[in-house]
Design a protein around this ligand. Structure first.
Ligand code: NDP
Ligand code: KPL
Length: 296
């Protein structure tokens, strides 16, 4: 089976290295600027250690199983120009809501699954990443056609030594991770603090709790049946990733665009549609917009 991983940033390098190190046929699709460095091989350290030499390409390649590991705002462009076998499955691994739907609108929902990654991976340099934590990858699709092929992705990840499971309700699974991202990402990006400090400073703990409680109310109003308490789930992820610099903190540090649109801003947007006020998420969104503006 041919596997391609699109995006040689933190998460893509991690998955490609693990899959390739387990002997699977993997192509890592990168930006042209990274190609030369990646051709020397990729390396993972931290809670996993792996070195591997996946094939490297600076354009999409035909594959049976594709993982996209790009920011939510890059997903549509990443799936454009993919060529498919009849059975190709594209697993969109992104935080937040809407990325797999954006991909499905471009290439058809029967080809698309979503991946929810409980990991904390830091990009060190092209081809080298540090894994601060990994719990599992949750896979799922709303389209029965794609659901039939999820086993292919599950088996590939398990062969790579990565815990994974298929969720019956992928939307609920995405919301369960979203709660943690709504509580952690923007507030660490604004304060510059590692995740764990959010439980150490009482005022920040209260802010996290307020933002996530709003998200919980919005989920209820939107008819999402989550299997966790939103606030407890967020505290658990904070404890599990205490030493992490969140992906949004990494983005603002590099002056990059953030994923606020699919996180706190998305909660506010769905809240408006359901008639649930979200003043805390509105304020957090405004502050991140200001930080993004600073870098423009
Ligand atoms: N890092 C983490 O620990 C976790 C991340 N996630 C989620 O996973 C997704 C990816 O995150 P992360 O790996 O951190 O992001 P990064 O920014 O580190 O990596 C994304 C990479 O993809 C590249 N890219 C974008 N479009 C294409 C394309 N069409 N072809 C080839 N390369 C492309 C980017 O290049 P360029 O920078 O030049 O645009 C960048 O190198 C995000 O949605 C994130 O929220 C989820 C859980 C944990
Ligand atoms: C779980 C968490 C918050 C880990 O830092 C993450 O997903 C991120 O940083 O985007």
């Amino acid at each position: 089976m041919k596997i391609s991983v699109i995006g040689a940033g933190a998460l893509g390098t991690f998955y490609a290295a693990m899959l390739a190190a387990s002997g699977q046929d993997v192509t890592l699709v990168c930006r042209p600027k990274y190609r030369e460095a990646l051709e020397k091989g990729v390396q993972v350290d931290g809670v996993f250690q792996a070195t591997a030499k996946p094939r490297i390409s600076d354009r999409p390649v035909p594959a049976d199983l594709v993982f996209t590991a790009v920011k939510s705002y890059d997903v549509e462009a990443a799936v454009e120009g993919l060529s498919f076998n009849p059975g190709t499955l594209v697993v969109v691994i992104s935080n937040g809501l809407g990325s797999d739907e954006a991909a499905a609108a471009k290439i058809g929902s029967c080809r698309v699954a979503a991946g929810v990654s409980y990991s904390g991976v830091v990009f060190l340099e092209p081809g080298r990443v540090h894994v601060a934590g990994y719990t599992e990858t949750v896979l799922g699709s709303t389209d029965p056609g794609a659901r039939d092929r999820l086993d292919m992705a599950l088996i590939a990840l398990e062969k790579a030594g990565l815990k994974a499971r298929i969720a019956d309700d992928i939307r609920a699974a995405q919301w369960e991770k979203l709660f943690a991202n709504v509580g952690i990402n923007a507030i660490t990006a604004i304060t510059g603090l590692k995740n764990g400090m959010l439980l150490e400073i009482p005022e920040l703990k209260a802010l996290v709790t307020a933002a996530v409680s709003e998200a919980g109310e919005v989920a209820r109003a939107a008819g999402i049946r989550v299997g966790v308490d939103p606030v407890e789930q967020t505290y658990r992820v904070i404890r599990d990733t205490a030493g992490n610099r969140s992906s949004m903190l990494q983005d603002v540090t590099k002056g990059k665009r953030t994923e606020i649109d699919v996180l706190n801003s998305k909660i506010a947007e769905i809240g408006r549609a359901c008639g649930i006020p979200t003043p805390v998420n509105d304020t957090i969104t405004a502050l991140i917009r200001g930080i993004e503006h600073r870098h423009q």
